[in-house]
Write a protein that binds this ligand. Structure first.
Ligand SMILES: Nc1ncnc2c1ncn2[C@@H]1O[C@H](COP(=O)(O)OP(=O)(O)OP(=O)(O)O)[C@@H](O)[C@H]1O
Length: 271
């Protein structure tokens, strides 16, 4: 059974249809990339999964199933409970998820406590919680001194690693990445993607990976779905899709990146 199964999804706003008849699935251990030009509906699709759509956009019809059960049938509270622990997001705008005047350690501790309370689990002692947080920080290659720092004392790359440390602590089943490295330099971007890839190998979480960077898509995704103007126009396994796209739109997206251009010598590089 897939972790996530979306079928016939329609999203609307006051201006009209944003996403039309979208099918998409993610299974455990799979990285599914969602690509397409700006405004094609990738972010809105991903936000609909976690019940995070802006107030001006709504699900008009369709199915969003989580481990075989309808997400749309759940109450707001139950959907909120799934967020973080089961379905986690990492956004491009990492700074907005952190409170400016609270140390990183305190913020991660609050997250950990909130999830224990939500799941009605026994609260680990402070010392054990701190150990878990420091371990998560080490996992994302941050020194333990970060625990006592404030967000404004960290670089962009370090902040994005903190948001990944949260994910690592909670070990969600599905990780939704909305252009997580766009605001980072190449070295930091590569490091973040490597950490995510390790997390996937270790926990077999599924990943929905929204990206404009087709090199990263080629490197990390198993499956690709191409969106245009709110609709899926092509979907398939990464290498066949990138090597021989069926749609001229996908071909144009690929042609914008020289090393990914399909040619008679198809791209056989292993990922
Ligand atoms: N808050 C909002 N209210 C109403 N419509 C919105 C809102 N935010 C975005 N939209 C519209 O929804 C459509 C899909 O936007 P979305 O952000 O999902 O695109 P995207 O493919 O993720 O683009 P990008 O790659 O630039 O992030 C666009 O037409 C956009 O104008």
């Amino acid at each position: 059974m897939n972790l996530l199964e979306i079928a016939g999804l329609h999203l609307k706003s006051g201006q009209g249809t944003i996403v039309r008849d979208l099918d998409l699935s993610v299974s455990a251990g799979q990285c599914h990339a969602l690509i397409g030009e700006s405004g094609s509906g990738k972010s809105m699709t991903s936000l609909s999964i976690g019940d995070l759509l802006p107030a001006t956009v709504w699900v008009e019809s369709g199915k969003i199933e989580w481990c075989g059960s309808s997400l749309l049938a759940l109450s707001k509270k139950d959907r909120e409970r799934l967020r973080g622990k089961e379905i986690a997001y990492v956004f491009q705008d990492y700074a907005s998820v952190l409170t400016p005047f609270m140390t990183i350690g305190k913020q991660l501790d609050e997250t950990l406590k909130a999830h224990h309370m939500q799941d009605m689990l026994d609260m680990p002692e402070r010392k054990n919680r701190k150990e878990r947080i420091v371990q998560a920080l080490e996992h994302v290659r941050l020194p333990k001194e970060i625990y006592n720092r404030y967000p404004f004392q960290l670089s962009g790359g370090q902040l994005q690693r903190v948001s990944l440390a949260v994910v690592i602590m909670l070990e969600p089943k599905l990780l939704i990445l909305d252009e997580p490295t766009t605001a980072l330099d190449q070295t930091n971007a590569n490091e973040i993607l490597r950490i995510i890839s390790e997390l996937k190998e270790r926990t077999r979480c599924g990943i929905l990976f929204i990206s404009h960077n087709l090199r990263n898509v080629k490197r990390y995704a198993d499956q690709v779905t191409v969106m245009r103007e709110g609709q899926v126009i092509e979907t398939g396994s990464t290498l066949p899709l990138l090597n021989s796209p069926k749609q001229s739109y996908t071909r144009r997206l690929i042609e914008a990146i020289p090393s990914l251009r399909p040619s008679t010598e198809a791209v056989h590089e292993s990922i």
